[in-house]
Ligand binder design. Structure first.
Ligand code: PLP
Length: 321
């Protein structure tokens, strides 16, 4: 009978098997210290779960450590040296992400905690501003739960309807059926770029073109496409694009929402607090300009900023190989 070794029945249970006898493997293995780990004293770690989360390269971990040791301060909040330096690095990260996506402007880049939060942000804020009872969102049968439940929450709050694009037996989106779902109540399309279950790469350009012919904006879930392909949001022409840091070698707990300015300018704040506020009294709060409102999202996860730039650099290097 085959025995499945697990951490709890391991013969090495309780031992520190991080002190492995094997040298770190060359190449990418050298950049990812965890790949030098040996399990149960003899099996070199092989990690194939990158679609769920990626391992963290040395450059990312070192950049985070360096941040805490050398730059740690609140961004956009202080006039002292460290705060200025942290703010500069923080905004430089926004420029790195802009280039990564080929967005037009850094004000189209909103930092979030991940794809899930990015999608929830759009469902919540776009829904509040532009959807009322009976209005419709188009999603598909191949969506990750993040892109289903966010809209179901809006359904429960505001009575919107979910319209579902079916897929073929071999796991492709039925574009003919997609087109038929549009009507005068369609307010937004929210579809995945690459399916986390099937691996299907959806024809985003066509999806967006068809939606725009009906004057409907499109949110693309890029959680599984950003690790594998060059993303150009201007070429895709999508209105929103969401992805997570932890799936592209970055830290857990940071993500991005790209949004065309014309939409970000028109949606209300997602959360309140921080320097998005101009004045607060118990009677009334006034907000800073919209750039500050967007910036607020960034500072929700500012502590994760340090890993971001190296992560993206590393991603570019990986793609070249
Ligand atoms: C297609 C897709 N969308 C969204 C998510 C959610 O990503 P996160 O948990 O980083 O928010 C995942 C995670 O596996 C995914 O594969």
């Amino acid at each position: 009978m085959q025995t499945v070794l697990t951490p709890s029945n391991s013969p090495l249970k309780g031992e520190n098997n991080n002190n492995h006898p094997l040298p770190l493997r060359e190449g990418w293995g050298g950049s990812f210290p965890i790949l030098g780990k040996v399990l149960y004293g003899k099996y070199p770690l092989v990690y194939l779960d990158n679609a769920a989360t990626t391992q963290k390269p040395r450059s990312v971990v070192e950049a985070m450590t360096d941040e805490y040791y050398n730059v740690n301060a609140n961004v956009h909040r202080g006039v002292h040296f460290l705060s200025q330096q942290a703010t500069e690095l923080h905004e430089a990260s926004r420029e790195t992400v802009r280039r990564f996506l080929n967005a037009r402007s850094t004000s189209e880049i909103v930092f979030t905690r991940g794809t899930t939060e990015s999608i929830n942000l759009v469902a919540s804020c776009f829904g509040q501003a532009f959807m009322k009872e009976g209005d419709e969102v188009i999603i598909s049968e191949m969506e990750h739960h993040s892109n289903i439940v966010s809209w179901q929450l809006l359904q429960a709050r505001q009575g919107i309807r979910l319209r579902i694009v079916p897929i073929t037996d071999d796991g492709r989106l039925r574009l003919d059926e997609y087109e038929k779902l549009f009507n005068e109540r369609t307010r937004i399309v929210s579809l995945t770029h690459v399916s986390n279950v099937l691996g299907t790469i959806n024809p985003v350009r066509d999806i967006v073109r068809i939606a725009h012919e009906h004057d409907v904006p499109v949110l693309i879930d890029g959680a599984q496409s950003t690790p594998h392909m060059k993303i150009d949001v201007q070429e895709l022409d999508c209105d929103f694009f969401a992805f997570s840091g932890h799936k592209i070698y970055g830290p857990t707990g940071i993500g991005v929402l790209y949004g065309k300015e014309q939409w970000l300018d028109r949606i209300p704040p997602y959360m309140g607090g921080g320097e998005m506020i101009k004045t607060v009294s118990f009677d009334r709060t006034t907000f800073n300009d919209l750039l500050q409102v967007r910036g607020r999202h960034a500072r929700l996860c500012g502590q994760h900023r340090p890993g971001q730039r190296p992560r993206l650099r590393l991603f570019h290097r990986l793609r070249c190989h």
